[in-house]
Design a protein around this ligand. Sequence first.
Ligand SMILES: C[S@@+](CC[C@H](N)C(=O)[O-])C[C@H]1O[C@@H](n2cnc3c(N)ncnc32)[C@H](O)[C@@H]1O
Length: 195
Amino acid sequence: MSESWDDYADDWDTNQDVITYSEKAYDSLCQLISLDGLRVLDFGCGTGLLTELISRKAGAVVGLDSSEKMIEVLQRKQLPGVDALAVELSAQEVASNPHLHSKFDLIVASSVCAFLPNYEDTLLLLKSMLTPDGLFVQWDWCQSEAEPDFGFTEEMISMAYGKAGMDVLKIDRPFALEGKDRTMWVIMGVGKVIA
Ligand SMILES: C[S@@+](CC[C@H](N)C(=O)[O-])C[C@H]1O[C@@H](n2cnc3c(N)ncnc32)[C@H](O)[C@@H]1O
């Protein structure tokens, strides 16, 4: 997987759809929560389009992505308060990487969960990286009748959060992008650690 994402890295920041997606995801995040001073993990951060926006307000941000080339682009931006990690998330990595030892107030995953080999196992691991009041926020394409094997439904998200030990704080469709022949809605899931 990481090799194929490497191929997109050089041109990622010139793709207007990707830029718009990150900006709209950020707007919906700011409507949900104040980022001031938070310790944030941008899981599957790519070149850091969302990481950069979050870093302007957050206390500290870790951007983690399995694509070395994506992370190289992010590192070249030299963003203050941002640590960029080219690693595949795993329990072993969380245990051994000092950047992942302190818990996060917020973990975001923008257009990442659809690409995970095991969404539910990853959620369980991400939940373990949150503070007791921490939030997990994901944005992904909404499943449509035209493509029932693509994207997420509200039911898929709420069931996975339940299995991971998170309450569903909110699931909605905050924005859409115009595709070639249809409007593509984005689904946003917000999970909170069950106390
Ligand atoms: C569609 S891109 C989104 C990138 C970024 N979040 C954005 O919105 O611009 C998906 C990213 O998820 C990363 N990714 C996929 N599976 C991953 C995993 N298991 N661990 C870390 N990163 C992963 C890929 O390398 C890729 O950069």
